[in-house]
Design a protein around this ligand. Sequence first.
Ligand SMILES: [Zn+2]
Length: 228
Amino acid sequence: MKLTHHLDDATLVRYAAGDLDEAFAVIVSSHLAMCEQCRKASHDAEELGGQMLEAAEETAVNEDAFAKLMAAIDEQNQANVDGVDAQNVHQFPKKRAAISGDVPMPLQRFLGSQIADIEWKKVAPGISKHDIDLGKDVPSSLYLLNIAEGQAVPEHGHGGMEMTLILSGAYTDRFGRFGPGDIADLDEHVEHQPIVEAGAPCICLVATEKPTKFKGLVERILQPIIGI
Ligand SMILES: [Zn+2]
């Protein structure tokens, strides 16, 4: 699977530290199941996080520790790309994806193994939704959207951080083309207008922070419709 859009380093570090809400953690683990490159980066983040914790016990963590950690990850990634660390690559499983079915393994406990078996609720013309119940105490929402081929989702911003993982089909927005396995990681200030490619619906998994307020008219209109 050739992926274009990956998890960023800050997300990987937060995931390694157990600092992501469950909805976002499910998206990250699902992407990791589909992406060898991010599995490797995640392993590095865990290792470096451990080293940072050890160092922190000896000396107080200074303000630029995070920046140093990021730089160290970049350095290590570059070393890996350069093949310096190639002897360690075999430690990572070639595939952690589903043994059967087309739903990534970390999602199968919520959805079963087949995308075709998912039940959809129509929420707008050309857009259906499937909510995943993570419990009331989780401060983020997780759901699937099934957007018809050729469909344009109206230009919109977000009430908070939003992360999307494409499971099948593809869409294009001003950030490029997003196909199966690709991640779109958007903060609340980003506006975009995804348009689904012709040929198949786009089925994507979306995690959003539960919005605390709605700033714009478009958000107020869209929120009751698709819950963003
Ligand atoms: Zn990746």
